[in-house]
Design a protein around this ligand. Structure first.
Ligand code: TXE
Length: 493
Protein backbone atom coordinates (compact mmCIF):
# COMPACT_ATOMS: atom_id res chain seq x y z
CA UNK A 1 0.00 0.00 0.00
CA UNK A 2 1.21 3.50 -0.75
CA UNK A 3 2.05 5.53 2.30
CA UNK A 4 2.54 9.26 2.83
CA UNK A 5 6.23 9.83 3.54
CA UNK A 6 7.10 11.56 6.75
CA UNK A 7 10.12 13.39 5.30
CA UNK A 8 9.82 17.06 4.44
CA UNK A 9 11.53 18.71 1.51
CA UNK A 10 14.72 20.36 2.59
CA UNK A 11 14.56 22.97 -0.13
CA UNK A 12 14.52 25.85 2.30
CA UNK A 13 17.91 25.04 3.73
CA UNK A 14 19.54 22.76 1.18
CA UNK A 15 18.46 24.36 -2.06
CA UNK A 16 21.87 25.49 -3.18
CA UNK A 17 23.67 22.33 -2.06
CA UNK A 18 21.52 19.83 -3.86
CA UNK A 19 20.76 20.53 -7.48
CA UNK A 20 17.23 19.71 -8.59
CA UNK A 21 17.41 17.15 -11.35
CA UNK A 22 15.19 16.09 -14.21
CA UNK A 23 13.11 12.93 -13.98
CA UNK A 24 13.48 10.78 -17.07
CA UNK A 25 12.41 7.16 -17.47
CA UNK A 26 12.04 6.70 -13.72
CA UNK A 27 15.49 8.11 -12.86
CA UNK A 28 16.75 11.48 -11.63
CA UNK A 29 19.18 12.85 -14.23
CA UNK A 30 21.55 15.81 -14.32
CA UNK A 31 21.24 18.10 -17.33
CA UNK A 32 23.35 19.61 -20.08
CA UNK A 33 23.68 22.87 -18.13
CA UNK A 34 22.38 24.31 -14.87
CA UNK A 35 20.14 27.23 -14.00
CA UNK A 36 19.08 28.99 -10.82
CA UNK A 37 15.62 30.20 -9.89
CA UNK A 38 15.48 33.40 -7.90
CA UNK A 39 13.30 34.72 -5.15
CA UNK A 40 11.56 37.85 -6.50
CA UNK A 41 10.94 39.03 -2.90
CA UNK A 42 14.60 38.70 -1.94
CA UNK A 43 17.10 38.76 -4.77
CA UNK A 44 19.90 37.87 -2.36
CA UNK A 45 18.51 34.38 -1.64
CA UNK A 46 18.07 32.26 -4.75
CA UNK A 47 15.57 29.44 -4.37
CA UNK A 48 17.21 26.54 -6.17
CA UNK A 49 19.77 25.39 -8.65
CA UNK A 50 18.35 23.04 -11.23
CA UNK A 51 19.50 20.84 -14.09
CA UNK A 52 18.60 22.23 -17.53
CA UNK A 53 17.89 19.66 -20.20
CA UNK A 54 18.71 20.19 -23.86
CA UNK A 55 16.92 18.91 -26.96
CA UNK A 56 18.77 15.55 -26.84
CA UNK A 57 17.74 14.87 -23.26
CA UNK A 58 14.18 15.92 -24.05
CA UNK A 59 14.12 13.34 -26.82
CA UNK A 60 15.20 10.70 -24.30
CA UNK A 61 12.27 11.66 -22.11
CA UNK A 62 9.91 11.53 -25.08
CA UNK A 63 11.16 8.06 -26.04
CA UNK A 64 10.71 6.88 -22.46
CA UNK A 65 7.16 8.26 -22.46
CA UNK A 66 6.46 6.60 -25.77
CA UNK A 67 7.68 3.25 -24.39
CA UNK A 68 5.69 3.70 -21.17
CA UNK A 69 2.47 4.86 -22.85
CA UNK A 70 1.17 1.43 -23.88
CA UNK A 71 1.63 -0.04 -20.40
CA UNK A 72 -0.14 2.85 -18.72
CA UNK A 73 -2.96 2.89 -21.29
CA UNK A 74 -3.82 -0.67 -20.27
CA UNK A 75 -3.49 -0.37 -16.49
CA UNK A 76 -6.67 -0.66 -14.49
CA UNK A 77 -8.60 2.49 -13.63
CA UNK A 78 -8.05 1.54 -9.99
CA UNK A 79 -4.28 1.75 -10.37
CA UNK A 80 -4.52 5.15 -12.04
CA UNK A 81 -6.94 6.36 -9.40
CA UNK A 82 -4.62 5.18 -6.61
CA UNK A 83 -1.59 6.94 -8.09
CA UNK A 84 -3.45 10.24 -8.52
CA UNK A 85 -5.03 9.97 -5.11
CA UNK A 86 -1.60 9.46 -3.57
CA UNK A 87 -0.32 12.62 -5.27
CA UNK A 88 -3.39 14.63 -4.25
CA UNK A 89 -3.24 13.43 -0.65
CA UNK A 90 0.42 14.27 -0.29
CA UNK A 91 0.05 17.73 -1.82
CA UNK A 92 -2.86 18.48 0.51
CA UNK A 93 -0.98 17.17 3.54
CA UNK A 94 2.00 19.38 2.66
CA UNK A 95 0.19 22.42 1.27
CA UNK A 96 1.83 24.82 3.72
CA UNK A 97 5.33 23.70 2.82
CA UNK A 98 4.61 23.64 -0.93
CA UNK A 99 2.84 26.98 -0.64
CA UNK A 100 5.88 28.47 1.03
CA UNK A 101 8.10 27.23 -1.79
CA UNK A 102 5.67 28.67 -4.33
CA UNK A 103 5.56 32.02 -2.54
CA UNK A 104 9.35 32.19 -2.48
CA UNK A 105 9.81 31.25 -6.12
CA UNK A 106 6.88 32.92 -7.89
CA UNK A 107 6.08 35.70 -5.43
CA UNK A 108 2.41 35.09 -4.60
CA UNK A 109 1.53 36.03 -1.04
CA UNK A 110 1.71 33.07 1.34
CA UNK A 111 -2.09 32.67 1.71
CA UNK A 112 -2.52 32.79 -2.07
CA UNK A 113 0.32 30.31 -2.53
CA UNK A 114 -0.99 27.85 0.08
CA UNK A 115 -4.40 28.15 -1.57
CA UNK A 116 -2.86 27.29 -4.92
CA UNK A 117 -1.05 24.27 -3.47
CA UNK A 118 -4.34 23.04 -1.98
CA UNK A 119 -6.01 23.57 -5.33
CA UNK A 120 -3.37 21.40 -7.02
CA UNK A 121 -4.07 18.64 -4.48
CA UNK A 122 -7.82 18.87 -5.04
CA UNK A 123 -7.31 18.63 -8.79
CA UNK A 124 -5.37 15.36 -8.44
CA UNK A 125 -8.10 14.02 -6.14
CA UNK A 126 -10.81 15.01 -8.61
CA UNK A 127 -9.08 13.25 -11.49
CA UNK A 128 -8.41 10.20 -9.32
CA UNK A 129 -12.20 9.88 -9.26
CA UNK A 130 -12.50 10.61 -12.98
CA UNK A 131 -10.13 7.71 -13.75
CA UNK A 132 -12.83 5.42 -12.34
CA UNK A 133 -15.66 7.17 -14.15
CA UNK A 134 -14.47 6.97 -17.77
CA UNK A 135 -17.58 5.88 -19.58
CA UNK A 136 -18.67 5.01 -23.09
CA UNK A 137 -21.88 4.42 -24.98
CA UNK A 138 -23.46 1.29 -26.35
CA UNK A 139 -26.28 1.55 -28.83
CA UNK A 140 -28.09 -0.34 -31.53
CA UNK A 141 -26.87 0.11 -35.07
CA UNK A 142 -29.16 1.46 -37.77
CA UNK A 143 -28.44 -1.89 -39.45
CA UNK A 144 -29.83 -5.21 -38.16
CA UNK A 145 -27.88 -7.47 -35.74
CA UNK A 146 -25.10 -5.00 -35.18
CA UNK A 147 -24.07 -3.34 -31.90
CA UNK A 148 -22.19 -0.07 -31.75
CA UNK A 149 -19.84 0.94 -28.93
CA UNK A 150 -18.30 4.35 -28.49
CA UNK A 151 -15.34 4.37 -26.11
CA UNK A 152 -12.60 6.78 -25.09
CA UNK A 153 -8.94 5.79 -25.37
CA UNK A 154 -5.76 7.64 -24.35
CA UNK A 155 -4.15 9.91 -26.93
CA UNK A 156 -0.62 8.59 -26.20
CA UNK A 157 2.26 10.88 -25.24
CA UNK A 158 1.26 14.33 -24.02
CA UNK A 159 3.75 17.21 -23.91
CA UNK A 160 2.84 19.71 -21.20
CA UNK A 161 4.29 23.22 -21.53
CA UNK A 162 3.43 25.32 -18.50
CA UNK A 163 3.80 29.02 -17.57
CA UNK A 164 5.19 30.51 -14.37
CA UNK A 165 2.16 32.25 -12.93
CA UNK A 166 0.44 29.17 -11.39
CA UNK A 167 3.41 26.82 -10.99
CA UNK A 168 1.48 24.10 -9.12
CA UNK A 169 -2.15 24.48 -10.19
CA UNK A 170 -1.67 24.72 -13.97
CA UNK A 171 0.69 21.71 -14.20
CA UNK A 172 -1.76 19.84 -11.94
CA UNK A 173 -4.74 20.55 -14.18
CA UNK A 174 -2.81 19.26 -17.17
CA UNK A 175 -0.84 16.32 -15.65
CA UNK A 176 -3.71 14.88 -13.58
CA UNK A 177 -6.20 14.40 -16.45
CA UNK A 178 -3.43 13.26 -18.82
CA UNK A 179 -2.54 10.43 -16.40
CA UNK A 180 -6.13 9.73 -15.35
CA UNK A 181 -7.13 9.03 -18.95
CA UNK A 182 -4.11 6.75 -19.51
CA UNK A 183 -1.55 8.98 -21.25
CA UNK A 184 2.20 9.25 -20.66
CA UNK A 185 3.52 12.74 -19.88
CA UNK A 186 6.58 14.86 -20.59
CA UNK A 187 6.26 17.97 -18.41
CA UNK A 188 8.20 21.16 -19.08
CA UNK A 189 7.73 23.83 -16.40
CA UNK A 190 8.58 27.49 -16.98
CA UNK A 191 12.18 28.09 -15.96
CA UNK A 192 11.25 30.82 -13.46
CA UNK A 193 9.53 28.19 -11.33
CA UNK A 194 11.72 25.13 -11.79
CA UNK A 195 11.71 24.24 -8.09
CA UNK A 196 7.89 24.11 -8.00
CA UNK A 197 7.94 21.89 -11.10
CA UNK A 198 10.51 19.68 -9.45
CA UNK A 199 8.53 19.47 -6.18
CA UNK A 200 5.47 18.25 -8.08
CA UNK A 201 7.58 15.74 -10.02
CA UNK A 202 9.20 14.51 -6.83
CA UNK A 203 5.79 13.55 -5.45
CA UNK A 204 4.76 11.98 -8.77
CA UNK A 205 8.01 9.98 -8.79
CA UNK A 206 6.78 8.12 -5.68
CA UNK A 207 3.21 7.55 -6.84
CA UNK A 208 3.74 4.06 -8.25
CA UNK A 209 3.77 5.02 -11.94
CA UNK A 210 5.72 2.69 -14.27
CA UNK A 211 9.03 4.13 -15.51
CA UNK A 212 8.61 6.56 -18.38
CA UNK A 213 4.94 7.34 -17.73
CA UNK A 214 5.78 10.68 -16.14
CA UNK A 215 8.89 12.70 -17.03
CA UNK A 216 10.10 16.14 -15.93
CA UNK A 217 12.38 18.15 -18.21
CA UNK A 218 13.39 21.58 -17.01
CA UNK A 219 14.91 23.86 -19.58
CA UNK A 220 14.32 26.55 -22.15
CA UNK A 221 11.42 26.94 -24.52
CA UNK A 222 13.83 26.98 -27.44
CA UNK A 223 15.46 23.63 -26.55
CA UNK A 224 13.00 21.61 -24.48
CA UNK A 225 9.78 23.25 -25.68
CA UNK A 226 10.59 23.02 -29.36
CA UNK A 227 11.80 19.41 -29.07
CA UNK A 228 8.35 18.59 -27.68
CA UNK A 229 6.59 20.47 -30.46
CA UNK A 230 8.59 18.83 -33.21
CA UNK A 231 8.77 15.21 -32.06
CA UNK A 232 6.57 12.81 -34.03
CA UNK A 233 6.36 10.71 -30.84
CA UNK A 234 4.44 13.46 -29.01
CA UNK A 235 0.78 12.99 -29.85
CA UNK A 236 -0.65 16.03 -28.08
CA UNK A 237 0.58 19.33 -26.65
CA UNK A 238 -1.16 21.23 -23.87
CA UNK A 239 0.24 24.76 -23.60
CA UNK A 240 -0.47 27.75 -21.37
CA UNK A 241 1.51 30.93 -21.90
CA UNK A 242 1.79 34.00 -24.07
CA UNK A 243 -0.09 34.58 -27.28
CA UNK A 244 3.13 34.88 -29.28
CA UNK A 245 4.50 31.53 -28.12
CA UNK A 246 1.03 29.99 -28.43
CA UNK A 247 0.96 31.00 -32.11
CA UNK A 248 4.28 29.19 -32.67
CA UNK A 249 3.04 26.14 -30.79
CA UNK A 250 -0.07 26.03 -32.97
CA UNK A 251 1.87 26.43 -36.19
CA UNK A 252 4.42 23.73 -35.46
CA UNK A 253 2.04 21.16 -33.98
CA UNK A 254 -0.61 21.65 -36.65
CA UNK A 255 2.02 21.22 -39.36
CA UNK A 256 2.60 17.65 -38.16
CA UNK A 257 -1.02 16.95 -37.21
CA UNK A 258 -0.62 16.68 -33.42
CA UNK A 259 -3.52 17.42 -31.13
CA UNK A 260 -3.11 20.84 -29.48
CA UNK A 261 -4.74 22.86 -26.75
CA UNK A 262 -3.72 26.46 -26.02
CA UNK A 263 -4.60 28.78 -23.13
CA UNK A 264 -3.24 32.26 -23.72
CA UNK A 265 -3.98 35.82 -22.76
CA UNK A 266 -6.94 37.79 -21.57
CA UNK A 267 -8.05 41.39 -21.22
CA UNK A 268 -10.96 40.59 -18.99
CA UNK A 269 -13.66 43.20 -18.44
CA UNK A 270 -15.41 43.79 -15.13
CA UNK A 271 -18.56 45.82 -15.76
CA UNK A 272 -19.88 47.83 -12.80
CA UNK A 273 -23.46 48.97 -13.32
CA UNK A 274 -25.13 51.85 -11.48
CA UNK A 275 -27.35 49.43 -9.53
CA UNK A 276 -24.41 47.39 -8.17
CA UNK A 277 -23.51 47.01 -4.52
CA UNK A 278 -20.53 49.36 -4.80
CA UNK A 279 -18.57 47.96 -1.88
CA UNK A 280 -18.80 44.49 -3.38
CA UNK A 281 -17.92 45.87 -6.82
CA UNK A 282 -14.81 47.55 -5.39
CA UNK A 283 -13.73 44.25 -3.77
CA UNK A 284 -14.28 42.44 -7.09
CA UNK A 285 -12.21 45.06 -8.92
CA UNK A 286 -9.35 45.08 -6.40
CA UNK A 287 -9.19 41.31 -6.12
CA UNK A 288 -9.54 40.73 -9.86
CA UNK A 289 -7.13 43.43 -10.98
CA UNK A 290 -4.38 43.39 -8.37
CA UNK A 291 -4.30 40.19 -6.32
CA UNK A 292 -1.60 37.72 -7.39
CA UNK A 293 0.11 40.93 -8.56
CA UNK A 294 -2.23 41.01 -11.57
CA UNK A 295 -0.39 38.03 -13.01
CA UNK A 296 -3.44 35.96 -13.86
CA UNK A 297 -4.85 35.35 -17.31
CA UNK A 298 -8.27 35.94 -15.74
CA UNK A 299 -7.28 39.28 -14.15
CA UNK A 300 -9.86 42.10 -14.39
CA UNK A 301 -7.59 44.45 -16.28
CA UNK A 302 -10.47 46.51 -17.74
CA UNK A 303 -12.91 47.96 -15.25
CA UNK A 304 -15.92 49.39 -17.10
CA UNK A 305 -18.05 51.67 -14.93
CA UNK A 306 -21.40 53.28 -15.67
CA UNK A 307 -21.02 57.06 -15.83
CA UNK A 308 -23.72 57.71 -13.18
CA UNK A 309 -21.65 56.11 -10.44
CA UNK A 310 -18.20 56.60 -11.86
CA UNK A 311 -17.13 59.30 -9.35
CA UNK A 312 -18.49 57.41 -6.35
CA UNK A 313 -16.96 54.11 -7.48
CA UNK A 314 -13.59 55.67 -8.24
CA UNK A 315 -13.48 57.37 -4.82
CA UNK A 316 -14.16 54.08 -3.04
CA UNK A 317 -11.71 52.19 -5.25
CA UNK A 318 -8.92 54.67 -4.50
CA UNK A 319 -9.63 54.43 -0.77
CA UNK A 320 -9.38 50.64 -0.97
CA UNK A 321 -6.24 50.76 -3.09
CA UNK A 322 -4.57 52.97 -0.46
CA UNK A 323 -4.98 50.13 2.05
CA UNK A 324 -3.24 47.53 -0.13
CA UNK A 325 0.15 46.50 1.23
CA UNK A 326 2.87 45.58 -1.21
CA UNK A 327 5.76 43.52 0.12
CA UNK A 328 7.67 40.25 0.34
CA UNK A 329 5.53 37.21 -0.39
CA UNK A 330 6.20 35.58 2.98
CA UNK A 331 5.60 38.70 5.10
CA UNK A 332 2.45 38.84 7.20
CA UNK A 333 -0.42 41.11 6.18
CA UNK A 334 0.77 41.59 2.61
CA UNK A 335 -1.89 41.94 -0.10
CA UNK A 336 0.35 42.11 -3.16
CA UNK A 337 3.64 40.25 -3.56
CA UNK A 338 6.43 41.15 -5.96
CA UNK A 339 6.27 40.98 -9.73
CA UNK A 340 7.65 37.56 -10.70
CA UNK A 341 10.78 38.61 -12.60
CA UNK A 342 12.90 41.53 -13.75
CA UNK A 343 11.73 41.33 -17.41
CA UNK A 344 8.14 41.29 -16.17
CA UNK A 345 8.75 44.34 -13.94
CA UNK A 346 10.44 46.20 -16.80
CA UNK A 347 7.55 45.30 -19.07
CA UNK A 348 5.05 46.65 -16.52
CA UNK A 349 7.02 49.89 -16.19
CA UNK A 350 7.15 50.22 -19.98
CA UNK A 351 3.37 49.83 -20.07
CA UNK A 352 2.96 52.77 -17.66
CA UNK A 353 4.97 54.90 -20.08
CA UNK A 354 2.98 53.73 -23.11
CA UNK A 355 -0.27 54.52 -21.30
CA UNK A 356 0.89 58.05 -20.41
CA UNK A 357 2.19 58.73 -23.91
CA UNK A 358 -1.09 57.65 -25.48
CA UNK A 359 -3.00 60.06 -23.27
CA UNK A 360 -4.53 57.74 -20.67
CA UNK A 361 -4.94 59.61 -17.39
CA UNK A 362 -2.66 58.18 -14.71
CA UNK A 363 -4.77 58.12 -11.54
CA UNK A 364 -2.51 56.33 -9.11
CA UNK A 365 0.24 53.77 -8.50
CA UNK A 366 2.90 52.08 -10.58
CA UNK A 367 5.82 53.25 -8.41
CA UNK A 368 8.63 50.91 -7.46
CA UNK A 369 8.32 50.06 -3.77
CA UNK A 370 11.30 49.68 -1.46
CA UNK A 371 11.10 46.92 1.14
CA UNK A 372 13.56 45.49 3.65
CA UNK A 373 14.71 42.93 1.10
CA UNK A 374 15.55 43.83 -2.48
CA UNK A 375 12.86 42.60 -4.86
CA UNK A 376 10.59 43.44 -7.78
CA UNK A 377 7.99 45.42 -5.84
CA UNK A 378 5.55 47.74 -7.56
CA UNK A 379 2.42 49.47 -6.32
CA UNK A 380 -0.86 48.73 -8.14
CA UNK A 381 -1.57 51.22 -10.91
CA UNK A 382 -4.82 52.63 -12.25
CA UNK A 383 -5.44 54.58 -15.48
CA UNK A 384 -8.55 56.31 -16.76
CA UNK A 385 -8.42 55.17 -20.36
CA UNK A 386 -10.30 55.42 -23.64
CA UNK A 387 -11.25 52.19 -25.43
CA UNK A 388 -8.58 52.72 -28.10
CA UNK A 389 -5.68 53.07 -25.66
CA UNK A 390 -3.36 50.05 -25.68
CA UNK A 391 -3.48 49.92 -21.86
CA UNK A 392 -7.18 49.10 -22.31
CA UNK A 393 -6.65 46.61 -25.14
CA UNK A 394 -3.51 44.53 -24.59
CA UNK A 395 -2.66 42.05 -21.88
CA UNK A 396 -0.15 43.58 -19.45
CA UNK A 397 0.05 40.75 -16.93
CA UNK A 398 0.88 42.95 -13.98
CA UNK A 399 -0.85 45.11 -11.34
CA UNK A 400 -2.07 47.67 -13.88
CA UNK A 401 -5.77 48.27 -14.56
CA UNK A 402 -7.59 50.50 -17.03
CA UNK A 403 -10.85 52.17 -16.01
CA UNK A 404 -13.35 52.92 -18.80
CA UNK A 405 -16.58 54.89 -18.51
CA UNK A 406 -19.79 53.60 -20.14
CA UNK A 407 -23.06 55.38 -20.93
CA UNK A 408 -25.49 52.72 -19.77
CA UNK A 409 -25.65 48.93 -19.86
CA UNK A 410 -25.65 48.43 -23.65
CA UNK A 411 -22.57 50.60 -24.02
CA UNK A 412 -20.84 48.74 -21.16
CA UNK A 413 -21.58 45.38 -22.81
CA UNK A 414 -20.28 46.65 -26.15
CA UNK A 415 -17.06 47.84 -24.48
CA UNK A 416 -16.72 44.53 -22.64
CA UNK A 417 -16.92 42.63 -25.94
CA UNK A 418 -14.67 45.07 -27.82
CA UNK A 419 -11.54 42.95 -27.45
CA UNK A 420 -9.72 40.28 -29.38
CA UNK A 421 -9.72 38.16 -26.21
CA UNK A 422 -12.55 36.17 -24.66
CA UNK A 423 -11.40 34.37 -21.54
CA UNK A 424 -13.57 35.78 -18.75
CA UNK A 425 -16.06 38.65 -18.32
CA UNK A 426 -17.69 39.92 -15.14
CA UNK A 427 -20.61 42.13 -14.22
CA UNK A 428 -21.56 43.69 -10.89
CA UNK A 429 -25.26 44.43 -10.75
CA UNK A 430 -28.34 43.85 -8.64
CA UNK A 431 -30.52 43.55 -11.74
CA UNK A 432 -31.50 40.01 -12.70
CA UNK A 433 -32.35 41.31 -16.15
CA UNK A 434 -28.88 42.72 -16.76
CA UNK A 435 -27.10 39.77 -15.14
CA UNK A 436 -29.02 37.34 -17.33
CA UNK A 437 -28.49 39.40 -20.47
CA UNK A 438 -24.77 39.70 -19.71
CA UNK A 439 -24.39 35.95 -19.16
CA UNK A 440 -26.01 35.37 -22.56
CA UNK A 441 -24.16 38.04 -24.53
CA UNK A 442 -20.67 38.32 -23.05
CA UNK A 443 -18.26 36.92 -25.62
CA UNK A 444 -16.18 34.93 -23.15
CA UNK A 445 -15.65 31.35 -22.10
CA UNK A 446 -16.39 32.19 -18.46
CA UNK A 447 -18.79 34.77 -17.00
CA UNK A 448 -18.93 36.04 -13.42
CA UNK A 449 -21.83 37.86 -11.76
CA UNK A 450 -20.94 39.89 -8.65
CA UNK A 451 -17.61 38.04 -8.47
CA UNK A 452 -14.06 38.91 -9.53
CA UNK A 453 -13.16 37.64 -13.01
CA UNK A 454 -10.33 35.62 -11.43
CA UNK A 455 -11.06 32.69 -9.13
CA UNK A 456 -12.59 29.56 -10.61
CA UNK A 457 -13.65 26.10 -9.48
CA UNK A 458 -11.59 23.05 -10.40
CA UNK A 459 -14.44 20.68 -11.28
CA UNK A 460 -15.92 22.68 -14.19
CA UNK A 461 -14.51 23.72 -17.58
CA UNK A 462 -11.91 26.46 -17.82
CA UNK A 463 -11.10 28.27 -21.04
CA UNK A 464 -11.99 31.05 -23.41
CA UNK A 465 -12.95 32.15 -26.89
CA UNK A 466 -11.39 34.27 -29.62
CA UNK A 467 -7.62 34.81 -29.19
CA UNK A 468 -7.61 33.53 -25.58
CA UNK A 469 -7.87 29.82 -26.22
CA UNK A 470 -7.66 27.16 -28.85
CA UNK A 471 -8.91 23.59 -28.65
CA UNK A 472 -11.02 21.80 -26.05
CA UNK A 473 -11.57 23.19 -22.55
CA UNK A 474 -9.39 22.26 -19.59
CA UNK A 475 -10.52 20.98 -16.18
CA UNK A 476 -13.59 19.16 -14.99
CA UNK A 477 -15.08 16.34 -17.02
CA UNK A 478 -14.54 18.33 -20.22
CA UNK A 479 -10.81 17.59 -19.94
CA UNK A 480 -11.62 14.17 -21.45
CA UNK A 481 -12.13 15.86 -24.82
CA UNK A 482 -8.46 16.68 -25.09
CA UNK A 483 -6.83 13.79 -23.26
CA UNK A 484 -8.75 11.01 -25.00
CA UNK A 485 -9.59 10.00 -28.52
CA UNK A 486 -12.93 8.42 -29.36
CA UNK A 487 -13.27 4.96 -30.89
CA UNK A 488 -16.45 3.62 -32.50
CA UNK A 489 -16.62 -0.17 -32.68
CA UNK A 490 -19.22 -2.22 -34.62
CA UNK A 491 -19.98 -5.87 -33.78
CA UNK A 492 -22.09 -8.20 -35.89
CA UNK A 493 -23.34 -11.11 -33.84
O1 TXE B 1 5.67 33.24 -21.66
P1 TXE B 1 5.98 32.16 -22.77
P2 TXE B 1 6.69 33.99 -20.66
C1 TXE B 1 2.22 36.24 -20.97
C2 TXE B 1 2.45 37.47 -20.14
C3 TXE B 1 3.92 37.47 -19.97
C4 TXE B 1 4.40 36.91 -21.28
C5 TXE B 1 5.76 36.29 -21.27
O2 TXE B 1 2.04 38.60 -20.87
O3 TXE B 1 4.41 38.75 -19.79
O4 TXE B 1 3.44 35.94 -21.59
O5 TXE B 1 5.83 35.26 -20.31
C6 TXE B 1 7.64 27.90 -23.09
N1 TXE B 1 8.44 26.50 -27.96
N2 TXE B 1 1.78 35.09 -20.20
O6 TXE B 1 7.92 34.39 -21.36
O7 TXE B 1 7.23 32.50 -23.46
C7 TXE B 1 8.26 28.60 -21.89
O8 TXE B 1 9.53 28.05 -21.58
C8 TXE B 1 7.88 25.82 -26.95
C9 TXE B 1 0.39 34.96 -20.08
O9 TXE B 1 6.89 33.16 -19.48
O10 TXE B 1 4.75 31.98 -23.58
C10 TXE B 1 7.21 28.37 -20.82
O11 TXE B 1 7.32 27.05 -20.30
N3 TXE B 1 7.75 26.31 -25.72
C11 TXE B 1 -0.02 33.60 -19.68
C12 TXE B 1 5.91 28.50 -21.63
O12 TXE B 1 6.27 28.25 -22.99
C13 TXE B 1 8.16 27.56 -25.49
C14 TXE B 1 0.83 32.94 -18.65
C15 TXE B 1 5.27 29.90 -21.54
O13 TXE B 1 6.25 30.84 -21.89
C16 TXE B 1 8.76 28.33 -26.50
C17 TXE B 1 2.23 33.18 -18.87
C18 TXE B 1 8.89 27.76 -27.79
N4 TXE B 1 9.40 28.42 -28.82
C19 TXE B 1 2.66 34.24 -19.61
N5 TXE B 1 9.09 29.54 -25.99
C20 TXE B 1 -1.49 33.59 -19.29
N6 TXE B 1 -2.30 34.47 -19.91
O14 TXE B 1 -1.89 32.81 -18.45
C21 TXE B 1 8.73 29.53 -24.70
N7 TXE B 1 8.18 28.34 -24.38
Amino acid sequence: MLRLPSIRFTLKTDAMQSMLRNFINGRWETGATTGASENPSDLGSPVAEYARADARQTQQAIRAASDGAATWAHTTPQRRADALDFVGSEILARKDELGELLAREEGKTLPEAVGEAARAGQIFKFFAGEALRISGEKMASVRPDIDVEVTREPVGVVGIIAPWNFPLAIPAWKIAPALAYGNAVVFKPAELVSACGWALAEILSRAGLPAGVFNLVNGSGRQVGQALLDSPLVDAISFTGSEATGAQVLQRTSARGAKVQLEMGGKNPLVVLADADLDRAVECAVNGAFFSTGQRCTASSRIIVERRIHGDFLGRLLERMKQLKVGPALARGIDIGPVASRPQLEQNQAWLEIARQEGAEHITGGQLVECESKGYFMSPALFLAAPEHRVAREEIFGPVAALLVADGYEHALALANDTKYGLCAGVCTSSLKHATHFKRHAQAGMVMVNLPTAGVDYHVPFGGRKASSHGPREQGRHAAEFYTTVKTAYTYA
